[in-house]
Design a protein around this ligand. Structure first.
Ligand code: 5GP
Ligand code: MG
Ligand code: MG
Length: 192
């Protein structure tokens, strides 16, 4: 019969414990989301607002999968306090370079955990008078439902584990992994 090699099946990356969403699943989902966005915004132009740094991969792939005309802007925000959980008190590290007044804005996010950062960001952006304001997030954790943020496009609902890859980091590493997965305890301890 088939035998599993000693030490178990080969790992996709030595620091990854388990892959939650594969490269192919991400690619298929981006195409599916892009088709929905294209249909919803037909005849209009979208201003994509990416939230640095986690959303860079989604932004790069989504923007190229869209058929409707787009422009892009980026914002960087930071929660005060702990780095592992969000406080909801947010500071703008890099603001948009131009006005969004009267424009159809689609915020592009990597992952929504508590939803506190996004909730603050949406209030901030809404005050600038866009014609419309929607959110696309590739991943969402169960905690996100506790905060009342209306996310129009969600890629994957995932368990509340800490994940890395496809833009998501641990101590600024692992963003370039083509899949999303959990880290081994050893990898977490190494950079803790
Ligand atoms: P929230 O305010 O929704 O709790 O989280 C805001 C930000 O925390 C996300 O946009 C993301 O940058 C980061 N974050 C939340 N969950 C994870 C995770 O599992 N892994 C990584 N690498 N970052 C996360
Ligand atoms: Mg983010
Ligand atoms: Mg991070």
């Amino acid at each position: 019969g088939t035998s599993i090699p000693a030490g178990g099946p080969p790992r996709a990356h030595p620091d990854i414990d388990e892959i939650l969403v594969s490269r192919d699943e991400i690619a298929a989902k981006i195409a599916e989301l892009a088709a929905r966005v294209d249909a919803d915004y037909a005849g209009r132009e979208i201003l994509l607002v990416g939230v640095l740094k986690g959303a860079v991969m989604v932004m790069a792939d989504l923007s190229r999968a869209l058929s409707v005309p787009i422009t892009m802007e980026f914002m960087a925000v930071s929660s005060y306090g702990s780095t592992t959980s969000s406080s909801g008190v947010v500071r703008i590290l890099k603001d948009l370079d131009r006005s969004i007044e009267g424009q159809d804005v689609l915020v592009v996010e990597d992952i929504i955990d508590s939803g506190l950062t996004l909730s603050w960001l949406l209030r901030n952006l809404r005050s600038r008078g866009p014609a419309s304001l929607e959110v696309l997030a590739l991943f969402r954790k169960p905690e996100a439902i506790t905060v009342d943020v209306d996310v129009r496009y969600v890629g994957f609902d995932i368990p509340s584990a800490f994940v890395v890859g496809y833009g998501l980091d641990y101590a600024e590493h692992y963003r370039t992994l083509p899949f999303v997965g959990t880290l081994t305890p050893e990898a977490i301890a190494r950079r803790a």
